[in-house]
Design a protein around this ligand. Structure first.
Ligand code: FAD
Length: 475
């Protein structure tokens, strides 16, 4: 038992109550690992605050004592981001699970960190609204997802979920609480603009600069008419060209393509050859509207794009998704697509990805390079392309199950992913929610001024380096 443990535990229990702070091994253990290949590490304490004041007191105490603090909700981030590199306190925020406000007139909601996708979607649905739901476990945190540039089903229309952020309340590593955006001036949480964009000090920082205790997010009305249009392609080049032509019209909520390996349930592990007569790519696009006429117009435009793409040489193949798969795309968050057992249970429990923002024009070439790397390491190239907000950026990611029980298999998975990031960074690939391995590759290629700025901001906000230390690969 580390020195001073009893004194620390006693203080933490005074803050949150006896039942909500612990240093018992059996309680700490589940917080020491996640699905990925990141090395497990035990925290020294788990603390579950209920109020902002409790978060403030925990952080101010940890800062004084220089104890690391890792913000945590369910650790499904697939990046090892909640594994406590240097021990310390895991701050489990699941008890802070109130939906504070749903404003159906100004279209925003205010939520706490512990609000799950299932809970938020249920409450929004009651009043005819929705948010960008991904294919994550429905029990995970909306706030944590949104803060780390989460990806949801409205991203083709609006961009990634962090672009829905409209205000926030944050506790700094030194314990002070502050509001950012319109909520700094009134009880309206509707907008970050036209103020200085200080929210950027906490968005995408992986819990290394503070603890967000409330988040305002834009919500949108559920359109009553929806359809899912599907098509397959022989190769990545054809699929990408078609996707670019279709998204250029900005008519869809989402457009995604998956390689044959990602379309299998479960993803083949180890690598399995695709049957020669099966298309290599499958895509779906979700369209929505206020009337059947609007939907019909979008269907007509889509058919024209498909015809034009064929004229331009895209090898597209007519293909209908089964009804259940279509339902899975319009009824999110879903129990079908968000289930980790679809990905990793059958192969030994490991799951990771190079999940990235990559310009669409580079998807096919990176796919071919990645395929070589993955097959060399015995892994399936289970790849997804998704377009965000018209042409500006898009997702390129490879869902990678592997056998966690076998050290050699873990090595291959980790090595394959590192090699992919190494090749991709030079082609504009930027990993999201990156594990430290990826930061190390990215930082080796980064502009020195950018790294200096990251360090300066981190030092300024977190002078004792207590917040989720080690996760950015810089300090
Ligand atoms: C099979 C599968 C599919 C997935 N698909 C998607 C998808 O489609 N889209 C998507 O976006 N994600 C996806 N994910 C990732 C993940 O499930 C979601 O992003 C999820 O909502 C994150 O919530 P969490 O509770 O697991 O966050 P955690 O993993 O607990 O936290 C994520 C990060 O945020 C930090 N953090 C947490 N709370 C706070 C806070 N209050 N203040 C500051 N920092 C904080 C943590 O320290 C950590 O760095 C998927 C995961 C799985 C397993």
């Amino acid at each position: 038992m580390p020195r001073g443990v009893d004194r620390v535990l006693k203080t933490l229990q005074e803050i949150v109550g006896r039942d909500y702070a612990s240093n018992e091994e059996a309680i700490l253990m589940p917080y020491s690992f996640d699905l990925t290949w990141n090395e497990p590490r035990m925290p020294d304490y788990v603390v579950m605050p209920k109020t902002v004041e409790e978060v403030q007191r925990v952080l101010s105490f940890a800062n004084r004592e220089r104890i690391p603090v890792v913000p945590y909700v369910s650790s499904t981030n697939i990046g090892g981001l909640c594994i406590p590199e240097e021990g310390g306190i895991v701050l489990d925020l699941r008890r802070m699970n109130r939906i504070i406000k749903i404003d159906t007139e100004t279209h925003y909601a205010v939520i706490e960190p512990g609000v799950s996708h299932a809970q938020f979607s249920r409450e929004l649905k009651k009043v005819g609204f929705e948010f960008g739901w991904g294919v994550h476990p429905a029990s995970a945190s909306v706030l944590a997802m949104t803060l780390q540039h989460g990806i949801g089903h409205l991203n083709g229309r609006f961009g990634v979920n962090s672009q829905f952020i409209s205000s926030m309340e944050v506790v700094l590593p030194t314990g002070e609480v502050c509001k950012i955006g319109s909520c700094a001036y009134s009880d309206e949480w509707h907008s970050l603009l036209p103020l200085p964009m200080l929210a950027g000090l906490f968005i995408g920082w992986l819990g290394t600069t503070g603890v967000v205790t409330k988040l305002g997010v834009w919500i949108t009305r559920i359109r009553p008419y929806k359809d899912v249009l599907t098509i397959a392609a022989e190769d990545a080049e054809s699929m990408t060209k078609y996707m670019v032509m279709w998204r250029d019209l900005e008519l869809c909520d989402e457009i995604t393509a998956v390689s044959w390996w990602l379309a299998q349930i479960p993803i083949p592990y180890p690598y399995q050859e695709k049957p020669p007569d099966a298309p290599e790519w499958f895509s779906y696009t979700v369209i929505s509207g206020w009337s059947e006429e609007e939907l019909e117009y979008k269907r007509k435009m889509w058919k024209e794009v498909v015809a034009k793409a064929r004229q331009k040489g895209c090898k597209l193949i007519d293909f209908e998704y089964p009804p259940e798969a279509k339902r899975g795309r319009t009824e999110l968050p879903s129990r079908i697509v968000g289930s980790t057992k679809n990905y990793s249970k059958s192969c030994g429990g490991g799951l990771a990805w190079p999940g990235t923002f990559t310009p669409a024009k580079n998807w096919p070439i990176l796919y071919e390079k990645m395929k070589e790397i993955y097959i060399k390491h015995g892994l399936s190239p289970a790849t997804r392309f998704t377009d965000y907000r018209g042409a500006h950026y898009g997702m390129w990611r490879v869902m990678t199950p592997f056998d966690k029980r076998n050290p050699e298999a873990v090595w291959h998975a980790r090595q394959a992913m590192r090699e992919v990031v190494e090749v991709g960074v030079k082609a504009g690939m930027i990993p999201y929610k990156p594990p430290v391995d990826y930061w190390n590759v990215m930082n080796a290629h980064a502009d020195p001024g950018w790294l200096m700025l990251l360090c300066k901001i981190k030092d300024c906000l977190d002078p004792n380096h207590i917040m989720n230390p080690g996760k950015l690969g810089i300090r």
